[in-house]
Structures are given as C-alpha cells and as structure tokens.
Ligand binder design. Sequence first.
Ligand code: ADP
Length: 736
Amino acid sequence: MAEKTINNIGVMTSGGDAPGMNAAVRAVVKTACKSGIEVFAIYQGYKGMVEGGDMIKRMTSDDVGGILHKGGTALGTARCHRFREREGRLIAAKNLVERKIDNLVIIGGDGSLTGANIFREEWQDLLNELVEKNEINREQADRHPKLKIVGLVGSIDNDLSGTDMTIGADTALRRIIDAIDAISSTAASHERTFVVEVMGRNCGYLALFSAIATGADYVLIPEQPPVADNWGKTMCDYLAEGRKAGKKKSLVIVAEGAIDKHGNPIKSTDVVEKLKEHLKVDVRLTILGHVQRGGSPTAFDRYMSIVLGYAAVKHLIDSDDEESKIIGLQKNKVTALSLMKSIEKTRSIAQYIKEGNFSKAIELRGGYFGDELKTFKTLAQAFPSKDKQTDGKLNLIVLNAGSLAPGMNAAVRTTVRMALESGHNIYGVQNGFKGLVEGDFRPMDWMEVEDWASEGGSFLGTNRMLVEGSNFYEMAKNMEKWKIDGMIVIGGSTAYVNAYRMFQRKSDFPAFDIPSVCIPATINNNLPGTDFCIGSDTALNNIVDAIDKIKESAVATTRTFVVEVFGRYCGFLAQLSGLATGAERVYIHEKGIHLKDLQEDVKMLVERFKEGKRLGLVIRNEFANKIYTTNFLSSLYEEEGGDVFDVRQAILGHLQQGGTPSASDRVLATRLSVKAVDFIERNINSDEKSYIGVGFKDGKLKEEKIENLPRQVSLEYFRPKEQWWENLSEINDTFK
Ligand code: ADP
C-alpha cells in the first residue's frame, strides 16, 4: 500500500445508527493503519467533535477488534445542536487541527452529511478565525488548507439517491421479513388480518420490498398513495376478494410515511380502523419500530460496509476532490459521487411527494422501483386480471434443477402468476429434468403458490440429473404431448448444462425449438451473466451466522478455527464470508493453495497470537485444493501453532443450503422470473427461438444466450471466467 501521503483521518458515526456502521469503521481504521496514516475515532458524532478531549481518540487496528458482527455503532452517535451553529463548528475545527486531522469519513444519514459539507465549505474561514483569536497558530492553519470529506450513507431506509443500497437497509429488511414470516404463520392459522408498520418516513423501500418478499396482500407507501379518495373501502374490497378466492390471511404493510393522494398521512392505526369498519374482522396491528434498526448486520451489510470503508480511505489518499463525496454502490460497483448532488436529489424526491408528483418521485427512486411496484400489485392479486388475457395462449413449463437453492419457490411462484396473468397455461414439472423425461407434468394454478414466496426448499423437487442418450427422445415426446411452447428452468449449473444440451439438439427434436429461459439459482453463485444467483445471499448469511456462533464458542481459549464452506469450484461463498466474518485467511480454488503461502500464513498467525490475538479464523472453499484438504490445513495449523493456539475445524455442510430465503434472494427471484416470462412472450414469434439465461449484472437485468456458455464459463470447473468479487481479496490481504 501507498506510504503516508495525507494528514490524519477522523472517522465517526452520526445521526440514526444502522447495522453495518461498525464494519465500516473497522475497515476505515484498518485501511488507514495499513497505509501508515494516523486515524482517530470521533465518539458520538459531532458531539464528540465539538467536545474534543477523550471523545477523539487515536485508533489502532486492534481497537476495532470484535465489533464487526455487532449491530448499532461502537463509536456511539448523538444529535448535536451545537454543531448546527457556526460557534460549535469553530470549536470542532480547532479540535481537529490540534490532532492534525483534515480528512473525515462520516458515516451517517443526509443530515449528518449535509452538516459535513457545510463544515468543509467553511473550513478556511473557521481556521482564519481561530488564528485571529490565537486559538491556533498560522502554521497550523497553513498545514490544513482544506478539509476533505467522504461520506458513507448509513440509513436503514435505503433513502439516499446515488447509492443502490445504504448501510443497514439489508439488515432492516431481514428483521422485517423474519417478523412478518412469523406473523404470517399465526395469521394463517387463525385466518386473521394483520397490519404491519415498517420504517420509512419518505421512502417506501422497506415496505415495498418486504411486501414482495413476504407475499403480502397490500402495501401503502409514500411514493404511490392509493388512487381512490375512499382508499379504505377500495383496500377492503380488494382484500375481501382475496379471501373469497381462498387466501387464508390478509397482510397489509404500511410505511411509516404513507399518505393519501392529498398528502394526508395514512397511519397504521387508520388502516386498522378502516379494516374493522368495512370488513368487520379481527385486525391485529404490529408496529415493528426499533427491532428494524437492531441486531447483527447481515452478510451483505458487513461486506458492503467493509468495501465502502476501504474505498473511502483509498479515495482520501488518491483523489484531490474539490467537493465532498459520497462513496456508494452503483450498479454493484463502488462509486464516488458528489455529496451535495446526491442529497439534493434525495430531497427533491421528498419535495415531489409533497407536491403530489408521484410518478416523478418513483422515477427518481431509480433502479427498478416502479417495476417492482407493478410486479407486487400483480402478484398480490386474488386471481389473474381478466382484461390482460392475451389471445396467443401458450403452454409453458417450469421446473427446478440442480442442488437446492433457497428462493426457488419464490421464483416458481412469480413465474406461475406472471404466466397466468398473461393468460397462459403453466405446468409444473416435478423433480427437475427427471420429471421432464418421465412426463411428470401438472397444471399449476394461482392460489396453489400463494404461500411460496417465503418458503425454503423446492416444492417442485430438484436434483442434479444431466440429460443424455435416450433422455432427449423422452423429453421431446412429453413436450410434444403437452404442446409445450416455452420452458423456464430455475436452477444451477445442471439447469444451464441441460438447457445447452437441449439447444444443441434442436434440429433433431423440433419440440426443443421453443424459447427457453434459465433462471440462475444456486448457492454457489457460479453462473454466467449474473452477479448474484438466487440462494447465494441466503447461504452467505447462513455461513456468517454459523461462524459468529463458532467464534463465540471460543471465548476462554486461544484458538484457530478452520471452516470449510460450499461453492464447488467457485470461491464466492468463501471469499465473501471471509470478509464478512473477518477471517485471517481465505483459501479458494481460483487462487490455489501453495506451500509457500501456507508457511507464511501459519507464521503470520503464530506471530499475531503472540502479540495478543485470541481467536483465528481460516475459511477454505470445499474444492480449493485436492491435496491441501481441510483436515490437512487443520493439522498443519495445529502442529505449527504449538502451544500458542489450538485448532478446531468445522465443515458447515448442508446448513448452508437450508432455511428460509433471505429478502434479497426472494426479491431477486421475483425480478428474474418476471423477466423470464416476458422473454418467452417476446421471443415466441421470432424466427429463431432462443435459449437464454437471465441475470442481474452491473445493476441491470440482462439476457445472455445459452449457446455462449462454453465461452463464458470454464467448463472444467464450472465457474464464470470473470467474477466481479475476485479483486475483493485485496481487502482481505490488507486486513490480515
Ligand atoms: P441523519 O444523519 O441520520 O440524517 P440528523 O439529521 O439528526 O441525522 O443529523 C445528525 C447530526 O448532524 C445533527 O445532530 C447535527 O449535529 C448534524 N447536522 C444535521 N444537519 C445539519 C446542518 N444543516 N448543519 C450542520 N449540522 C447538521
């Protein structure tokens, strides 16, 4: 890393706390220390900056040990009225200059970031005034001509323009869907109506995405108020229709900032009243409140915060900004954006909502917010809309293939409903390609998949059978018999390889000459054309949760854990869980394992333990190396660790695949399935019927021809030739 090139850095958390803030602070401190830059923690946000003294403390890498998995913020956060006044900022400037700090990493919401920008703009004036008042000398002032600001957005609402995700939003979504899943099971048992209020004063992100992820029936958000004046009646009629069609429960999600079309607040208690008034049912209200803010951050919030914290320090070292910047994620890439432009855009959304210009507000939300809203509405219906039925009714099949991936059921649910919404027939094929060979088809209907959004496992059944020989003839015969016009396969490499084989046999079997789509679903995240596969986020969270527990089991000893994770030949799960749990070393097949590295790694770990380290963590991908197995590594570390530490190994196995899918996996499943049905409808009349894989890459929905498979993946090891996450090992190396 570069030698010290800049003055000292101050890092602080401010405003509302958000899970993941600790991971960001840890990354800032570790990156700065490794770069030879002095770094100071400023406790309790601007309050600490104004108070000075012990509230601004020099940090070493060891000071940020043990905080990565913790919710909240270890640095504390407070509101500070004094900083809103120039007087307060003057004292803050003095406190910074005295510690040679002129670089700040501020982790907070739009209020904190706005304050930071004002501070930066005033900086020179403040220093001049301090010189005039003899609080600092001219030399000190001259040494710090500029204050550099980098902001990281910490906000569970995901309400800031310019970054795809804010720190804490993914965790909040996890808390919400966990709570709603629990509520849904009791609601269904009693055939009850539930109203759940979630956070989001100006932003419906948490409400909308949790509604999609849990298969809710109705959602009220600030960006799209109900069209009817009598919104209560409309909502109740809609829910009553659902009950009549066979729904066992009704679930309404209300964003804290929901409004009617005139801008009047719709409170969750108003919703309850309307339900009681019009439906005369027993309604239960749950206001989730601070549960959403609390608890351990998700895998995503941890690794994103680490990546952003690392990038923030790099940015301070490398760039010469004339304005304050936000480091955020855009299209899955770390990006530096103008802080004030992002905040202005964010505020303009709130203004558009105030003015009743809702379509503009939705447009500015960006991403796929508007599309998701439309999708939610379709999925929440009690039956397919009569007016949308097309003339060209198609017969489609949907199947799962490959190993189990949490989120497969959510994908089938959306596929079935989207197909039925367009008036097609859709058949579920049992047990993957085995069912296709054996003709195990059954028509699926709307209500059958009602509760599938949140369920783990695969209700259609899945296996790793690869088609060959007479299988092709059998499949073609069945597809002809059922007059199949299009195929959607949700699965991993098995799905892609089988689809590729069918595509190659199109000229032999006309039944295969139909538009076909693979939806990537595998915990290994080893498929081409997508940054994320359905199931990989859940698996990552399963791993991180397990490792948190494993680490806690070692409190009274000095111990190193060697943990083996899934992934086949793809190191995604190992690399990302390594980042998210603070592993000292990650072994993946992509990088190989070499004797020289092993010697260095063991030596490094022994030294660290001698310096006071109490816990070591090494993660090994299951197929990282044939010879250097997990057993081998454990024995090696045990032997070389001598008296300094003992070693335990944990092979995590199938717990990685189990459990309910994460919110991200459910949302991804929904997005990709909409795209899959849409592709079949678009491709049905073209001369050349295509086989494609859909994906979400660089923040966009993508289609990739299956015939490109041999060019995009290394077939020997089945993983994409280019993987976006591989350079993240640079961060592991910096921190180790
Ligand atoms: P958030 O950062 O979560 O939006 P707040 O709006 O409460 O939270 O801001 C946190 C702190 O940032 C405030 O207590 C104050 O010290 C500082 N701050 C916010 N807005 C400004 C401003 N316009 N000027 C100066 N400081 C501000």
